[in-house]
Design a protein around this ligand. Structure first.
Ligand code: CO
Length: 430
């Protein structure tokens, strides 16, 4: 299968975190995974395949271990990307605008002058209750236009984009403020009066594309972190049968610090592990042994050295676009990788023939963070932070290399397939 095409399909189906979870769920269902509702009693069989959602925007899928003290092989990625959340419509200067609030740390200028779509969930009155309905109309609906260069000659001298003024989206010429709610109602299949709430994001409508003499470059919105979500999910679905449990997490809220009930700092993963253990008749001893025999790969994109801005990279460890999977290190533990987990990941990749590149922030720059070290405070499992090297992280359209996508998928599959068992002073690799 053409991996880049498969990734583009996954990302096109994932304009919002809720849709990313649905795109993952449909692949899981096709592979025989059974959906479970957190509000119901779960009956889990050894070796059974399950998944559950939280808030509709995070998902954990797993295959039950065969024994109560068996460890877990896990990977995690995030479902959210920087975006603009819509907080209604208003008429200004004779135009109808969608009023926005920024979500996460996007490169603001990259959102201007592009066709934008709307996606998310509408909460609809249903009988005496409330029902969530996902909407993502398949058409261009808004744009955030620049001012003309003639009217602002300083625009190329480093314009500061003001979120309250510059980043509101043009929805219609003229007064059509009511048409926003009407659109939501039409898409949700309800009366406007029955819309009780909504979580709607603007998203970039540009489809994934390849560039370069032989299509070596991949340009696509939301590569961070849907590329890692896609690669870890593919690896998870390809995991061979074994005594260990295998588990895959897709967390929302990473771009805003993970501190939500559905985020990596919430209780989602500990709750699922507890339920899975209880079904196996796990004792406290079993639980301690199982966690100590577990490993988790936290997968989130990393920065390749930028040919136009090489000085921004750590010159001693430049990560090359097309040079393989990134293994991230940070002495201050913004990344969860340790010497031990790095060694294990390298050993697995060496066997699989996947090139690995070490990433460090430039020593005088704090860099970003991800969900690995936060998650490790919730479940005390050894973790490594890895990812896809890319350029223009948090731009509306991001750039990566097709060769690295294939390498990332191969590394994730090898991670789930590898025979790793705790041994004295380390791990045995079978
Ligand atoms: Co990310």
């Amino acid at each position: 299968m053409n991996e880049t095409r498969d990734l583009f399909d996954f990302i096109a189906a994932s304009p919002s975190p809720w849709h990313a979870v649905q795109a993952a769920a449909s692949r899981l269902q096709a592979a025989g995974f059974v959906p479970l509702d957190e509000r119901q009693t779960w009956r889990l069989a050894p070796g059974g395949r399950y998944y559950t959602l939280r808030e509709g925007s995070s998902l954990i899928a797993w295959r039950q271990p065969a024994a109560p003290a068996a460890g877990w092989r896990m990977a995690a990625a995030h479902s959210d990307s920087p975006a603009f959340k819509v907080k209604g419509a208003a008429v200004k200067s004779g135009c109808t605008l969608l009023l926005t609030e920024g979500y996460g740390g996007m490169i603001r200028a990259s959102w201007l002058d592009r066709p934008l779509g709307l996606a998310g969930r509408v909460l609809v009155r249903a009988g005496d209750g409330v029902e969530a309905r996902l909407i993502a109309p398949d058409r261009d609906l808004a744009v955030i236009p620049h001012p003309a260069i003639h009217l602002d000659r300083a625009l190329n001298d480093g314009h500061k984009y003001d979120p309250k003024a510059d980043m509101q989206a043009l929805f219609a010429p003229g007064e059509a403020a009511g048409s926003y709610k009407a659109l939501l109602a039409a898409e949700a299949g309800c009366d406007e009066a029955d819309i009780l709430g909504e979580d709607i994001l603007l998203y970039c409508r540009q489809p994934g594309a390849t560039a370069g003499p032989a299509g070596e470059l991949v340009l696509c919105p939301r590569l961070d972190d849907l590329a890692c979500a896609w690669a870890t999910l593919r690896g998870f679905l390809e995991a061979p049968e074994k005594e260990e449990g295998v588990l895959w997490c897709l967390f929302d809220s990473e771009e805003v610090g993970s501190g939500t009930r559905q985020g990596a700092l919430g209780s989602f993963l500990p709750d699922v592990l507890a339920a899975a253990g209880e079904a196996l008749g796990q004792t406290a001893q079993d639980r301690r042994r199982a966690l100590a025999a577990s490993l988790l790969l936290s997968a989130d994109n990393g920065h390749a050295i930028h040919p136009n801005f090489p000085a921004l990279a750590d010159q001693d460890h430049p990560v090359r676009l097309g040079g393989g999977v990134v293994l991230k290190f940070n002495a201050n533990q913004k990344y969860a990788t340790t010497g031990l987990t790095a060694a294990l990941f390298r050993a697995v990749c060496q066997r699989a023939g996947v090139p690995v590149q070490d990433y460090y922030n430039r020593p005088d720059m704090p860099g970003g963070s991800t969900l690995g070290n936060l998650l490790s405070t919730r479940v005390g499992v050894p973790m490594a932070d890895i990812g896809l090297p890319q350029l223009a992280m948090h731009s509306c359209v991001e750039t990566a290399a097709a060769a690295d996508l294939a390498a990332l998928h191969k590394a994730c599959a090898a991670w789930y397939a590898a025979d790793l068992a705790p041994a004295e002073n380390g791990w045995a690799i079978g």
